[in-house]
Design a binder for this molecule. Structure first.
Ligand code: KG4
Length: 340
């Protein structure tokens, strides 16, 4: 099939705790994007419970797809392809979206496209700014990943740095749980940090000048040790100082990675890219270096289906459809290829 500016893709995302559907035309024109979050359902457990996630996706997916179609003001026969996240993610959760997408594609007699969730986070940066030039350094910072990716072109990626232990979002979530700020921790720490002194505690910046890899588990332990030793410490000061340490490392590593790849454009992706301090500090670092910063809107940083439809459009154009025999690939890596 011809894939062009008029090609409309229905995207479906169910890899973790957001049930999302979106309609995107021509790879970048978002006609609708609907996200139903399960945060409340998991909150009392302090993290995502896989079985609850799968069941919640089953309940939410049909109304979310209907809403996406209706907000896009299109009918199902205007859909040219259906894209869904095949991985990485929770297997039961992924299967809900993959099965729905394959069924809709079969019924509409249009192609199904399996999408790598991590690749889709890279495409979120392009949704607001499709004319961005390559090479581009993407800092993909989410709950499950912290990757520095040298993007040379569509589908042409090289991971130049990554966390050797916890992902940045995981560190936010674990520290927030320890400070009893609730789940997910990132937004809670972001909020309370605004009232604290980020200079109050000098938390470690691990591996700051040591290559392009990152490490956050020592920082989390340092927070725990500090609070146990100083139980009277202000929670806002701890949150602000912790956030400052994470952001210092992310900005230093992303700019060093861009320099080493000869890239004059940096893009942020993943849930942690919604962090106010990270956005502000990356803006000033890029302005200082004379580089371009691509900052997706906060809605496009966290899990959504517009980025899935967008990545699906690019994959359909370059590689064609995925087979109906496609399944979920829970351990998929950014550079793994998906069977076509
Ligand atoms: O990309 P995402 O929605 O899901 C995946 O992990 O794929 O990212 C979720 C992560 C969580 O760890 C959450 O705490 C973090 O992103 N996050 C934030 C903020 N908003 C979400 N971290 C720091 N500051 C924020 N404002």
């Amino acid at each position: 099939m011809t894939v062009d500016d008029a090609t409309v893709v229905l995207g479906i995302e169910t890899s973790c705790d957001e049930t999302a559907a979106a309609v995107v035309m021509g790879g970048n024109d978002v006609l609708s994007s609907v996200v139903a979050t399960q945060i409340e359902e998991h909150a009392r457990f302090g993290g995502v419970v896989p079985e609850i996630a799968s069941r919640a996706h089953v309940e939410a997916l049909t109304p979310v797809i209907d809403e996406a179609i209706s907000r896009a003001n299109v009918s199902f026969d205007r859909i040219d392809a259906v894209a869904a996240t095949v991985g990485p993610g929770l297997i039961g959760a992924l299967l809900v979206g993959v099965s729905a997408a394959k069924s809709i594609a079969l019924a509409l007699e249009v192609p199904f496209v399996g999408v790598n969730h991590l690749e889709a986070h890279l495409y979120a940066a392009l949704l607001d700014d499709p004319n961005v030039e390559f090479p581009m350094l993407v800092a993909l910072v989410s709950g499950g990943n912290t990757l520095l990716v040298d993007v040379q072109g569509h589908g042409n990626y090289r991971i130049v740095g990554q966390t050797i232990d916890d992902a940045a979002g995981e560190a936010f979530d674990k520290v927030a749980r320890f400070l009893e700020l609730g789940h997910p921790g990132g937004p809670a720490i972001d909020r309370i940090a605004k009232t604290g002194d980020d200079d109050a505690i000098d938390f470690p910046r691990a591996m700051l000048h040591d290559g392009l890899d990152l490490s956050f588990s020592g920082l989390k332990t340092a927070v725990v040790n500090h609070v146990r030793k100083h139980p009277e410490v202000s929670t806002a000061d701890v949150a602000a100082s912790f956030q400052r340490a994470v952001v210092d490392v992310l900005v230093a590593k992303a700019t060093a990675a861009a320099r080493s790849c000869g890239s004059r454009t940096i893009a942020l992706g993943g849930g942690v890219a919604a962090n106010s301090l990270l956005r502000a500090e990356m803006e000033s670092a890029c302005a200082q270096a004379g580089w371009r910063l691509v900052l997706p809107s906060r809605e496009m940083c966290t899990d959504n289906a517009a980025m899935i439809a967008s990545a699906g459009w690019y994959r359909l154009r370059s590689d064609g459809a995925s087979p109906q025999s496609s399944g979920a690939l829970p351990n998929l890596k950014l550079t793994d290829s998906i069977p076509r």
